[in-house]
Design a protein around this ligand. Structure first.
Ligand SMILES: [Zn+2]
Ligand SMILES: [Zn+2]
Length: 327
């Protein structure tokens, strides 16, 4: 197999040839056909997450077909199309796992961060954490659903049922979530970097009823806001934009420091919460509804060996929607 490997934090990924991995008894090997590029991959490469495991193959929005299967695996078949998400393994015995919050497991493994991911021609995954994808939709179109879509979905559930929803940072996750929210009958308000008129246009094309800069006040108070951008300054701005009792959800794994702000912004039962990882149930719920919701992902594809270019373009905001690597 071939992979784009991170050998040193902050260094470019390196094109590497490796022996094909053999799946353990509870694992599957998947021939990768597409792998999305996520903001979290940048955090891994940049060393912004704690305890990085290097060398590591990044990538946690994997679509592929099973080509080897462990002896104890049940319910999956050779040749079946599956998706492999960020949550790669949980311990099953900690209080969080036992309490229905496996996303907070004390001893998890994360795909592309603490176990090898999908910037490769093949990967091995814990079969219990792979999602059967069926045959609807192309591999490339499905890839962004596996993190941008899933984490977006979890964030939306935690944001509550309010009709007026603000989305801060209109990248891969928001471009999917805007379609989900519209399908649910909500009104989306899209916030971008001040002056980024092209992305504001993109937000409106995806059904946003209003789009503007993150420094702007929306035309009416929001019921909830989800922050996908990694900018802590957005937290007080979003609090300012939500109504009494409104909720601000921080959806990213990493964010710059949140500046201090007057208590008046939090007063009247406004809430700030974060979303971490996903549970398998989130994946099951979201992927079951995805075909019905008619989500159309906007993707820019790169050959696998151009992964560094894809990461650079993501960092620079060079494309709309999501980048996907194709081996
Ligand atoms: Zn656990
Ligand atoms: Zn991700």
């Amino acid at each position: 197999m071939r992979a784009m490997m991170l050998n040193k934090i902050g260094a470019p990924l390196e094109w590497t040839e490796l022996a094909d991995p053999e799946p353990g008894p509870d694992e599957i090997r998947v021939k990768v056909s597409a792998c999305g590029v996520c903001r979290t991959d940048l955090h891994v490469v940049d060393g912004e997450l704690p305890d990085p495991k290097v060398p590591i193959i990044p990538g946690h929005e994997i679509v592929g077909r099973i080509d080897a299967i462990g002896a104890r695996v049940q319910g999956l078949n050779m040749g079946e199309r599956v998706g492999i998400p960020w949550l790669g393994h949980t311990c099953g015995i900690c209080p969080y796992c036992l309490g229905g919050q496996e996303n907070l497991c004390d001893h998890p493994l994360f795909t592309g961060y603490t176990r090898n991911g999908g910037f490769a021609t093949a990967t091995v995954a814990d079969a219990r954490f792979a999602f059967p994808l069926g045959e609807i939709g192309s591999d490339v179109a499905q890839a962004p659903l596996l993190c941008a879509g899933l984490i977006g979905w979890r964030s939306l559930v935690i944001a509550g049922n309010g009709k007026k929803l603000g989305l801060y940072g209109f990248g891969a996750a928001a471009h999917i979530l805007a379609q989900v929210a519209k399908w649910q009958g909500r009104s989306v308000y899209g916030f971008t970097r001040p002056g980024d008129l092209a992305t504001q246009d993109f937000a409106r094309k995806l059904g946003a009823v209003w789009a503007g800069g993150s420094d702007e006040t929306p035309p009416e108070p929001l019921d909830a806001a989800i922050i996908f951008a990694t900018v802590g300054e957005l937290v007080p701005l979003a609090l300012k934009a939500v109504r009494k009792g409104g909720r601000v959800v921080c959806a990213g794994i990493h964010m710059s420091d949140i500046p201090s702000f007057p208590y008046g912004l939090l007063w009247e039962e406004r809430q700030v919460v974060s979303v971490a990882n996903l549970t398998r149930q989130d994946g099951i719920d979201f992927l079951r509804l995805a075909p019905e919701m008619g989500i159309v992902t906007k993707t820019t594809t790169y050959p696998l060996n151009q992964a560094n270019q894809a990461l650079a373009d993501l960092r620079a905001g060079q494309f709309e929607g999501a980048a996907v690597l194709v081996p």
